[in-house]
Design a protein around this ligand. Sequence first.
Ligand SMILES: Nc1ncnc2c1ncn2[C@@H]1O[C@H](COP(=O)(O)OP(=O)(O)OP(=O)(O)O)[C@@H](O)[C@H]1O
Ligand SMILES: [Mg+2]
Length: 283
Amino acid sequence: MFGWFKGTKTVDAPVVVDGDVQKKIVIDIRNITKTYDMGELSLQVLKGISLQVQQGEFLSIMGPSGSGKSTLMNILGALDQPTSGEYFLDGEDVSKLSESALARVRNKKIGFVFQNFNLLRRTSAVRQVELPLIYGGGSGRTKKAKAALTSVGLEQRFDHLPSELSGGQQQRVAIARALVTEPAMILADEPTGNLDSRSGTEVMQIFQQLNREQGISIVFVTHDPWIARHTNRVVMLRDGNIVADRAVAHPLVAGEAERPSEAEELEGVFKDTYYGGSQEEYN
Ligand SMILES: Nc1ncnc2c1ncn2[C@@H]1O[C@H](COP(=O)(O)OP(=O)(O)OP(=O)(O)O)[C@@H](O)[C@H]1O
Ligand SMILES: [Mg+2]
């Protein structure tokens, strides 16, 4: 039944050899914990997570609501620091960097895509995409922004405001904005969560293309097993721990396969097998 999964994959070395190709490890977290202090109460949300992601991997993170996915993504994205543990991002130890040093790393190495697009309402597509370049300095901003928008199929929409774009197009503007700084990786927290299935497929096509053609590493969170099947590896979180880490044997090509009518059934089996627990935990 789970023919799309193959054995658990572990990676130990800072560089791994895959065939003749040496691959860098872009994300290497070791025993990361995160505890939120709330007055008398403290809540441990991540309980010692270790994860390595190679350059060029396309990885999805799944897990019930509240399992710590966004908390983990914020740490991976250097938006937040872990309570303990180590984080090497593209070889650089970022777990002890100051806020300003973190911001620099973030701007240079990581592109973010969010569920709700996070676009400025009164700003044209091309200006939205220029923004990270303004913060980062450098010249030729408009040209680079237009190239990024073209690479996500929006060459006819440079001057449109978000309200003049569909949800899928807005998310593509957000992807172009993430891409324009030429990051080593893209982190996306439920990027298809607010999209209908056709727009979700378009967004997946773009992610797959960026991953395949430009070798950009992508880590994203999804609740949708069908979407996860389009990635190369699935990591399951439950209650602040990684409970499964599997390679997808035959990732689907976005737009080629129809979502099977038995998706719901598959999803049910999936949850039972990998999450266990009670129904209320799932959303
Ligand atoms: N800033 C914070 N302060 C206190 N608790 C927090 C904070 N951020 C998150 N939490 C708690 O940490 C837990 C994990 O939250 P997180 O947002 O990482 O879950 P998630 O897996 O992304 O869930 P969802 O699928 O609903 O997005 C939750 O119980 C949440 O209430
Ligand atoms: Mg979340």
